[in-house]
Write a protein that binds this ligand. Structure first.
Ligand code: 0A1
Ligand code: ZN
Length: 878
């Protein structure tokens, strides 16, 4: 564990390394406690480096065994080695070879960075700075090298030996050992290095690229789980084809392997030719995975595969440029899923994720630009801002340029930068070059933190048929940036007539309006439309064209109208969601205020549920009111989670009662046959049915419906939702108790499925929540060392149980802080990520704020805290 030194890394301090490592040959002799790594590095001084520049290699907790320069072992005085750095001052003028021998103990590596053991399988995680836990190296993304890797291990315990690139050679060794050699011809940074060795099962397939090359595909999983990897394989082949068809990008090695492991800090990792996955994002069948799991697998398989071009062939110059690969690759995986599924439904899901994860980040103490300028711990910048907002920025470039010029820009990017370690400036330049546009104001989206706010007021001159929109933008201050500059915001709009169709209207001045998009570039701007035959309802931010918050003066009537008739389904959903959210805000502040608005909302939802013209997946989204956390975020200050909980339940009850018969009938109509398909349409029908099940259960006030769905379920989506309805609505009923016991018994040997059981129980609202979660930490299937278990129980409790976590007495925070401190000792990265659940503490009412602050301060005071956790906690405290 790296103990915090307080060092801050700054973008402006970037300078190239003095040395290049042209080739990296690695030999691993694997052993749980004494793995020996021999690294042979072919090193050259870079042209403009000083002749006497020392070679300073990064390390992290390394044990050096020997060091050889051009065939001669260096005497102790010839270098300086600490676990974290290796410095050699006197070096040959020309190229030289350095052989470094280190010893590792993968079995003791609980941080899951570098080389570690997961369920007996050796695997690696090197992004961002894990390679330095394997050998001393220039562990930075702009040092790119050709790798040859030899892996040696006992054949019985590790029959499978994998690394990056193509297999070259393999054979037997003495004493029951064997070896394999892999060679990756593509230059790559150290963070893309990977090795896997173990006794794994696999499924194979192949893909022929459009230029006729055959690629052997393999997915490796724990033995016995092979059948659950077929969906991932199908998603991989679809991803490969899609990238050829949509971006013209082909795969570039003879093999592509994916390995699923059960201990993994994140979702997955794009190591060249050898992606390593959290098994949660590979393993699925109808019995054990929900429709959401299937969709996530499809998206993450695609994401990692797409990195082959956006991240691997063109990588980042430094870690400040992380969004160069992540934002762009998220954009690409979003487009892939939109093509595989329903575009509108996918877009709404993206908007929901952005609002629930990125907006709170941008609006709180952890706010940072999509391209940060400083960091203490890079691991803490794998954020929704870098990923999701980074993707939104790429989407806006496409909106501004149009699809054709955007594709030309991407083509130029690949042509100009293939093999480079590039920057955001390089990326923006290709789009400027193909379009002739100046994107310097637009570039603020990368440089300026905070969610821009846009307010719109309208005047309609009936006599002249003229509409004028007065628009104002502002960006709220964020940590370290109090003054903000004016942004270029592409705001897509539509003018909707009384028949629901878009009205034709000509802008009076065409300079700031084109193809349905207003280009906001000034603090205040007025846009006029003439030639209108009627006063339109104004549909704003269509398709969520810009990641902003929006306030517009619009009557409830217009909003209700848009919620039913806007031809843009994303804007239609936003209109409805905004109404539901405003109502919940109001009633959480003044409970007596139920008014007739709830009734009107119930009526609209009833109409949407019954509207066969709308796809079921869309109806399911529309029928789901904003979550308690969504409402809290919209309120923004002095939050009382208990009041929000009551308001939301009350609204759900009103909607449920008003539509009782209709929802029950529809729920019955949607009952599918027993055959299962994970496709989007079938999943959409299940999603709608499950939302209706919750309403119907609320209306009946008894667990019967959910209990019978639980009993009769033929797939995990139905079963898990039924269990959630039982547990959340009827936590103490006998049907619930027995369903929970049944689930535990049925899936006791499947940790990924038991994670759902932990999650469902972690989100049961109310006073008993804390004791329940505390009790579950003692369950035999729970393990504080496994990131998936920790996130399912502890993480879910903090992020998704508003009343349980935010107990007024502060004991929820105390329990959570204790767990963070406990996790940190083994795995600082996971602990730091958990701690971000405190990020909105200043928005709470004063009592809860005090408790949260005290717990954050308690964590900050723990002696010897890791950089990961200290960075998050100190920034959160502000
Ligand atoms: N590049 C990966 C994310 C990732 C980052 C760090 C990791 O180490 C703990 C692992 C994965 C992606 O975008 O999928
Ligand atoms: Zn990624």
């Amino acid at each position: 564990m790296t103990i915090d030194t307080g060092k801050v890394y700054r973008l402006e301090d970037y300078r190239p390394s003095d040395y290049a490592i042209r080739a990296t040959d690695l030999t691993f002799r694997l052993d749980p406690r004494h793995t020996r790594v021999t690294a042979t590095l072919s090193i050259e001084r870079r042209e403009d480096a000083a002749l006497d520049a020392p070679l300073v290699l990064d390390g992290d907790g390394l044990k050096l065994l020997s060091l050889t320069l051009d065939g001669t072992q260096l005497p102790t005085g010839g270098f300086e080695a600490t676990p974290d750095r290796l410095t050699i001052a006197r070096l040959p003028k020309g190229p030289f070879s350095l052989v470094i021998e280190t010893e590792l103990a993968p079995e003791a590596n609980s941080a899951l960075m570098g080389l570690y053991l997961s369920n007996g399988v050796y695997c690696t995680q090197c992004e961002a700075e894990g390679f330095r836990r394997i050998t001393y190296f220039l562990d930075r993304p702009d040092v790119m090298s050709v790798y040859t890797v030899r892996v040696e291990a006992p054949k019985a315990s590790a029959p499978i030996l994998l690394s990056n690139g193509n297999p070259v050679e393999s054979g037997d060794l003495e004493d029951g050992w064997h070896y394999a050699v892999w060679h990756d011809p593509h230059l790559k940074p150290s963070y893309l290095f990977a090795l896997v060795a173990g006794d794994l099962g696999r499924i194979t397939d192949s893909f022929t690229t459009r230029s006729g090359r055959t690629v052997e595909l393999g997915i490796y999983v724990e033995k016995g789980k092979e059948a659950r990897a077929t969906y991932a394989m199908d998603a991989l082949k679809r991803s490969m084809l899609w990238d050829e068809e949509v971006f013209g990008l082909e795969y570039d090695l003879d093999v592509f392997n994916i390995v699923a492991v059960s201990d993994f800090n994140m979702g997955a990792m794009e190591n060249k030719g050898l992606n390593i996955f959290n098994d949660k994002y590979v393993l699925a069948d109808e019995e054990t995975a929900t429709d959401v799991d299937f969709a996530n697998i499809e998206a993450i398989i695609a994401h990692e595969y797409f990195h082959n071009w956006t991240g691997n062939r063109i990588t980042c110059r430094d870690w400040f440029q992380l969004c160069l690969k992540e934002g762009l690759t998220v954009f690409r995986d979003h487009e892939f899923s939109a093509d595989m599924r329903s575009r509108a439904v996918k877009r709404i899901a993206e908007v929901r994720t952005l609002k629930s994860l990125q907006f709170p980040e941008d609006q709180g103490p952890l706010a940072h630009p999509v391209r940060p300028r400083r960091y203490r711990e890079i691991n803490n910048f794998y954020t929704a801002t870098v990923y999701e907002k980074g993707s939104e920025v790429v989407r806006m470039i496409r909106t501004i340029l149009g699809a054709e010029a955007f594709r030309q820009g991407m083509d130029l990017y690949f042509e100009r930068h293939d093999g480079d370690a590039a920057t955001i400036e390089d990326f923006l330049k290709v789009f400027e070059d193909v379009s002739g546009r100046d994107l310097s104001q637009f570039a603020l989206w990368y440089h300026q933190a905070g969610t821009p706010h846009v307010s719109v007021s309208t005047t309609y001159d009936e006599a002249r048929g003229e509409l004028s929109l007065d628009i104002e933008q502002s960006v709220p201050p964020t940590p370290l940036e109090s003054r903000k500059r004016v942004m270029h915001i592409p705001l897509a709009i539509g003018l909707v007539g009384r028949n629901g169709g878009d009205l034709d209207a000509a802008p009076v001045d065409a300079t700031s309006f084109a193809d349905g998009v207003i280009h906001l570039k000034k603090r205040r701007q007025t846009v006029r439309f003439a030639g209108l035959s009627e006063r339109p309802a104004i549909s704003l931010n269509r398709g969520f064209s810009a990641p902003i918050t929006l306030a517009s003066e619009q009557s409830v009537e217009d909003r209700l109208f848009l919620a039913r008739h806007d031809s843009d389904l994303v804007a239609r959903w936003q209109a409805l969601n905004g109404l539901l959210s405003d109502h919940l805000i109001e009633t959480s502040k003044t409970p007596a205020q139920q008014s007739n608005m709830a009734g009107r909302l119930a009526e609209v939802l009833g109409a949407i549920a019954a509207d066969d013209a709308l796809e079921p997946a869309y109806r399911a989204l529309a029928l789901t009111p904003p979550s308690e956390a969504d409402v809290a975020r919209e309120i923004g200050s002095n939050i009382d989670p208990d009041a929000i909980h009551v308001a939301r339940n009350t609204l759900v009850d009103i909607i449920a009662a008003a539509n009782r018969e209709a929802f029950e009938a529809l729920c019955g109509d949607l009952q599918g046959d027993d055959s299962f398909s994970p496709d989007a349409e079938s999943a959409g029908r299940r999603a709608l049915r499950n939302v209706l099940l919750d309403y119907a259960s609320a209306a009946q006030g008894t667990p019967e419906l959910a209990a019978s769905q639980y009993r009769d379920a033929t797939n995990m989506t139905e079963r898990a939702v039924a269990l959630a309805v039982l547990a959340h609505r009827f936590p103490t009923e006998t049907q619930t108790v027995s369903a929970l016991a049944d689930f535990e018994a049925r899936y006791g040997d499947n940790p990924l499925v038991l994670d759902k059981w932990f999650q469902i129980q972690a989100t049961i609202p109310g006073d008993a929540a804390l004791a329940r979660v505390e009790g579950l930490t003692a369950h035999g299937a729970f393990s504080i060392g496994n990131p998936n278990r920790v996130r399912s129980l502890i993480g879910t409790f903090a992020s998704s149980n508003q009343t349980g976590f935010h107990r007024a007495d502060g004991t929820g925070y105390r329990f959570f802080a204790d767990r963070i401190i406990e996790v940190e000792k083994r795995n600082p990265q996971v602990a730091a990520r958990l701690a971000t659940a405190f990020r909105s503490w200043r928005s709470l009412e004063p009592g809860r704020q005090g408790h949260a602050r005290a717990e954050l301060a308690r964590i900050a005071a723990v002696p010897g805290l890791s950089t990961d956790l200290k960075d998050i906690v100190e920034r959160t405290l502000g």
